[in-house]
Design a protein around this ligand. Structure first.
Ligand code: PLP
Length: 453
């Protein structure tokens, strides 16, 4: 058993009945708890710790920033560090994405993206544009605006009456939705065209934008779009004067092998949101990047974005992010992401390719997932009452492995997947340890629920 605190906790934890180990030390790909148990961090929390733990260069940069100028409010000052980070990102972002609005996390980045998109059309004199289109089985954050555009039923359901009215279309989920006899490309076009039908239904003059994760993370498990899907989405957005907002909070910042995930789709969005891997968990930070057209419209129009938070452009958070990003670049870590991503993919196929309860193995770079099923032929999910994802997480921790399982993969209730998002510094031996421990955890979880493998 892994518990740990002497007196009852005063923290309002996520799960009030969970017994959490106390994280005490972390280095490289491992986190240790107070009892001396060691966990391989195969998911970086929720795809956050992309550089691994305890990187000296990042820690040094944070200390230096604290020693010189920890924080100054962005309404009064800018800082050299935040300016440098914005330059760094703008220089590497997809063509024409030239400006960066800093925030403190993913949900804030999405909120800013939604409001920026709305105000952009006001600046243009198009006030009728008021609605967003998003996708089912997506997650964009837990604040009310970000939750409104999230198609994650489990996360939304209790707050539904408080959410904005957002229209949802299908995800690009070939494993389940591609029809027999339909090519990948035709499938991609068919689901992308749902956007055009939805715009026609709503009237393009009322639609602000479409938001999607290029590679879907927490809700669907490293769901990669089929080739051509996002190109078609871009065409539709252009044709109808709709902004394309790509949420790369989880899949961005190198996770899939390119700094921005959308580079591999060959599309240029109007707005991109990033967070998690940006400062790799060393500090909380997110950002909303926008095109030159959007920025110019604000500059030549009202001159101000009607938004802001206290910690926008926090100098210490920016120092951490800059050091993380420079380290990834200087150490050529994205090459390791692509290379070790393939190594991990092969190891997963070797271990789980014939597993009777693993239906799909998918992902890109160091963003990989297994989708669990009760029957590989029919793809029927395991009974949701089994809460298999929670059991696998528990069994993983008992094995010394932190992975990120989730339920509701198919429709918010049914289906389970396990997401892996290890640090970009992983080596062959870590891959072996991840796959060994994951295999044990999955089989132990199935056995614990009375299913014999
Ligand atoms: N967008 C995506 C794609 C995410 O995966 C998440 C978090 O998992 C968020 C937004 C919200 O980010 P945060 O938890 O930092 O608010």
């Amino acid at each position: 058993p892994i518990l740990m605190l002497q007196s009852p906790s005063r923290i309002f934890h996520r799960n009030l009945n969970a017994h959490l180990p106390v994280a005490q030390a972390s280095a490289g790909v491992y986190i240790s708890d107070k009892q001396g148990n060691r966990y391989l961090d195969a998911c970086g929390g929720a795809a956050v710790s992309c550089l691994g733990h305890g990187h000296p260069r990042v820690i040094e940069s944070i200390k230096h920033q604290l020693d010189t100028m920890a924080y100054a409010h962005s309404g009064f000052f800018t800082s050299e560090t935040s300016e440098q980070l914005a330059q760094f990102l703008a220089q590497r972002a997809p063509e024409n994405i030239e400006h960066v609005y800093f925030l403190s996390g993913g949900s804030e980045a999405v909120e800013a993206a939604l409001k920026m998109a709305r105000q952009y059309f006001l600046e243009l004199g198009q006030p009728s544009k008021q609605k967003f289109i998003a996708r089912r089985q997506s997650y964009h954050g837990n604040t009310l605006g970000a939750l409104s555009v999230s198609g994650n039923r489990w996360r939304r359901q209790q707050f539904e009456p408080m959410l904005m009215d957002v229209e949802l279309i299908s995800p690009c989920y070939a494993y389940r939705d591609q029809l027999e006899g339909e090519t990948e490309r035709d499938y991609g076009l068919r689901v992308a065209n749902e956007l055009e039908s939805k715009i026609a239904e709503m009237g393009a003059e009322n639609v602000i934008g479409f938001i999607a994760e290029p590679v879907v993370g927490a809700t669907s498990g490293a769901l990669v779009p089929v080739p051509g899907y996002f190109k078609r989405i871009r065409e539709i957005c252009d044709r109808h004067n709709i902004l394309l907002i790509l949420d790369e909070v989880m899949c961005g910042m190198g996770r899939t092998g390119s700094l921005f995930a959308c580079e591999q789709e060959g599309v240029r969005p109007d707005i991109i949101t990033i967070a998690k891997g940006l400062a790799a968990g060393y500090q909380p930070i997110g950002a909303t990047l926008c095109s030159n057209q959007i920025y110019s419209q604000f500059r030549d129009g009202s001159g101000a974005f009607q938004h802001g938070h206290t910690y926008v452009g926090h100098a210490t958070a920016c120092a951490a992010a800059l050091a993380v990003q420079q380290t990834i670049e200087d150490e050529n870590l994205l090459e390791n992401v692509s290379h070790m991503g393939e190594v991990l993919n092969m190891a997963l196929h070797e271990r789980f390719g014939e597993h009777p309860f693993v239906g799909d193995i998918r992902g890109r770079g160091l963003f990989r997932a297994l989708e669990l099923v009760a029957d590989r032929n029919t793809k029927a999910p395991l009974l949701h009452q089994l809460s298999m994802a929670a059991e696998i997480k528990r069994q993983g921790m008992a094995q010394g492995l932190a992975c990120y399982p989730n339920s509701g993969t198919i429709d918010g209730l049914h289906g389970d997947h396990i997401l892996l998002a290890p640090p970009y510094i992983i080596e062959q031996s870590h891959v072996e340890e991840i796959v060994d421990k994951l295999g044990l955890a999955v089989d132990a979880a199935l056995n614990a629920k009375g299913i014999t493998v």
